[in-house]
Design a protein around this ligand. Structure first.
Ligand SMILES: [Zn+2]
Length: 275
């Protein structure tokens, strides 16, 4: 059974079993906001049931970014009457255009989601869009600020701040290496420094997975990433025909190091071709 942890007044985090997703909950006097909905109808239902043990208020949903464990549960919430699904514009576009391609990832965790059988397996594309300017969502006696700090873990990572708490999605991951598959490593390190600079405003920082983090944790993550970018760049320069030579020197596991190098190369190529 998943448990709510209080992280600031009327701010909560639900640490779900399995993928250890952190779902946020912010209670206002008129509405409540749910941050990330799980990887399919089974986990979405578990999250909604947990939310309903806390509040009977109408809900709004935020998807922090377009990875399946953060939005595949949306349909459960739509069925419960949620009409407002917030996301960054790049996140909404990705879910709309390529969300279906992620169904294969949940064959084991959510077989119905992967085969599109049964209830609440349709994708619900976010319809309340944040661009580069912050958006304030009034929940009644509590305001959530939705904002974007640039590309990082993906090109559509949305942050959610309240008077006490900052929910950062997978921009910060505790207890596992960062996931680089859709990332922009050089820009991500800058986003982490920006998050760290905001820390005086928030008592609690809630990562997408794992336990609440300290400012120092975020700084270390940023510095590690910047160092890794320098190391990889040097290795690629030394052995341009075999970038995998950089893998052993990088501070991440072999699988994530491979992605890290791949993404660095792709991003450099696309910046060369656009300049
Ligand atoms: Zn992610």
């Amino acid at each position: 059974m998943s448990e709510w942890l209080e992280v600031g007044t009327h701010n909560y985090v639900l640490v779900t079993e399995g993928s250890l997703l952190n779902t946020g909950l912010i209670l206002g006097s008129e509405r409540a906001m749910v941050i990330d909905t799980g990887c399919g109808p089974r986990q979405g239902r578990e999250i909604l049931d947990a939310v309903r043990r806390k509040t009977s208020l109408p809900l709004v949903v935020v998807n922090t970014h377009p990875h399946y464990d953060h939005f595949f549960g949306n349909a459960v919430f739509a069925e419960d009457g949620v009409a407002e699904f917030w996301a960054h514009e790049n996140c909404a576009r990705e879910i709309d255009q390529r969300g279906d391609l992620q169904r294969g990832q949940v064959a084991r965790l959510e077989p119905q989601m992967s085969t599109r059988e049964g209830k609440n397996v349709e994708l619900v594309v976010p319809n309340a869009i944040v661009k580069d300017q912050p958006v304030l969502v009034d929940l009644g006696d509590q305001t959530a600020t939705l904002f974007y700090l640039g590309r990082g873990h993906t090109d559509g990572d949305l942050l959610v701040g309240t008077s006490t708490t900052l929910y950062v999605g997978d921009l910060v991951e505790q207890g596992a290496h960062p996931s680089f598959e859709d990332s922009y490593p050089e820009e991500w390190a800058d986003v982490l420094r920006h998050i760290s600079a905001l820390r005086h405003r928030y008592e609690f920082l809630i990562p997408g997975h794992g336990t609440p983090c300290s400012d120092q944790f975020v700084k270390t993550m940023a510095n590690t990433m910047s160092t890794a970018v320098r190391q990889a760049r040097q290795s690629i320069r030394d052995t341009p025909n075999d970038a995998t030579k950089a893998i052993p020197v990088l501070p991440y596991g072999p699988e994530q190091s491979r992605w890290f190098i791949k993404r660095l190369q792709e991003n450099w190529r696309s910046s060369l071709s656009s300049s």
